[in-house]
Design a protein around this ligand. Structure first.
Ligand SMILES: *Cc1c(COP(=O)(O)O)cnc(C)c1O
Length: 394
């Protein structure tokens, strides 16, 4: 994506500025929370609904607390996680007074922890409902309807019974239904038959719930792509995950990547023509060249399948990664570039300085940018939050 607004361009370089002492630290994953703030503001500008910031998978690999606080500063009014454990750890980090919804829990799991920390729970089946009503916790819940993915949520055939049982539980003071949720299988394709059907199913689900006597405050179907591309899916709230970290799957809104991954050249060597490089010698030099070694590999989230395709930015130039991506390292063909050991390479960033982006890496790996970003969560990189926007209380 090459879309860029003047506003975003004005922020250029701040995020890719590299401190000179980084050379002693090994790899560094820099997170710029101001990009998250800006992304939420942009998304909020395209919907009248509220925004739930989905900070699952440790905030898409960038740190759940950092991403959550920035999203709240940007205008999100609630948070979402998959597990109760993730939600509880946000509370432990001091994020209180804002609703957190957790989905993807087995029936009965973590109900008392959820209640103690004011965590709301998605209810995708009668089993889940019964476990919640039997627990004596009086949880706030969101009933989850399967709107066409056959993944999570109650099938339409069980929805009426689920709504009736939930309404009865509410009348008898055993839980409170504060929301209804669905999920779109093709959020970037608003005019597809699947999306039209999903929206209709969700609207039907809401009327069934009302007829059962439920009055949920939040109706939420849209994720990032649908928030951008499908206004008819907005209802009262959007659940935004990918958009927080600069990914718009509909590729229409210019969002900014908060992450920059850098590493110093560990060593540089000059090799003769005909030198096989890396495991299996899949790349052989055709000229005298200089090879640089970077201390990051597939164990750090650089997909092995990008061997022969990926590039990094060194000394102001894009240079190819050559040979196989190893577990702990990659080799860069520096050519005649005057780079020295200790010089910093940018593996990916927002793209301001011409460095590769998460979208480039996704293309090289034949995957989506979500997988690149979340794959960095295990990186042996020091995580650093840019000074300007260190988290403060939301
Ligand atoms: C991850 C997730 C979201 C967020 O989707 P994005 O496309 O990342 O914005 C919303 N709802 C559910 C149920 C999810 O699992």
């Amino acid at each position: 994506m090459s879309l860029r607004s003047p506003l975003l361009a004005a922020q250029s370089l701040r995020c890719v500025a590299v401190r000179s002492d980084d050379a002693n630290d090994g790899a560094v994953l820099t997170v710029d929370p101001s990009a998250v703030v800006e992304n939420v503001r942009r998304l909020a500008s395209v919907t009248p609904g509220e925004i739930m910031a989905v900070v699952k998978a440790d905030g898409f690999g960038l740190g759940a607390e950092t991403v959550a606080r920035a999203a709240l500063r940007g205008g999100a009014t609630s948070l979402g996680t998959t597990s109760i454990r993730e939600a509880v750890s946000l509370r432990r980090a001091g994020i209180v007074g804002v609703p957190i919804l957790s989905w993807l829990n087995a029936p009965g799991v973590g109900l008392h922890e959820a209640a103690a920390d004011h965590i709301e729970l998605a209810i995708p089946s009668l089993r889940h409902l019964h476990a919640a009503t039997a627990s004596g916790t009086n949880l706030k819940v969101h009933l989850h309807l399967d709107t066409g993915m056959a993944r999570d949520g109650a099938p339409c055939s069980e929805w009426q019974e689920l709504c009736r049982a939930a309404a009865w539980a509410e009348r008898t003071g055993r839980l409170r239904v504060v929301g209804l949720m669905g999920h779109l299988p093709r959020p970037a394709e608003p005019s597809s038959a699947a999306s039209r059907r999903s929206r209709a199913v969700f609207a039907w689900g809401a009327s069934v719930a009302r007829n059962a006597g439920l009055t949920p405050q939040h109706l939420h179907l849209a994720s990032t792509a649908a928030t951008v591309a499908d206004p008819d899916s907005h209802f009262t709230m959007s659940r935004i995950g990918a958009g927080l970290v600069g990914i718009d799957p509909s590729q229409t809104l210019p969002l900014r990547s908060p992450l920059t991954l850098t590493a110093p050249l560990v060593s540089v060597r000059t090799v003769a023509p005909g030198t096989p490089v890396g495991y299996d010698g899949t790349w052989v030099t055709s000229r005298t060249t200089r090879l640089g070694l970077l201390p990051l590999g597939y164990a750090d989230g650089l997909p092995r399948c990008t061997s022969g395709r990926a590039q990094v930015m060194v000394a102001g130039a894009r240079r190819p990664i050559v040979g196989r991506v190893s577990m702990d390292s990659v080799i860069v063909d520096l050519g005649s570039l005057p780079a020295r050991p200790g010089d910093m390479a940018i593996l990916m960033g927002p793209g301001d300085a011409g460095e590769p982006t998460i979208h480039d890496w996704a293309r090289w790996a034949d995957t989506i940018a979500h997988e690149i970003v979340t794959g960095l969560s295990g990186a042996r990189a020091t995580r650093r939050i840019t000074q300007r926007e260190r988290p403060t209380s939301p």
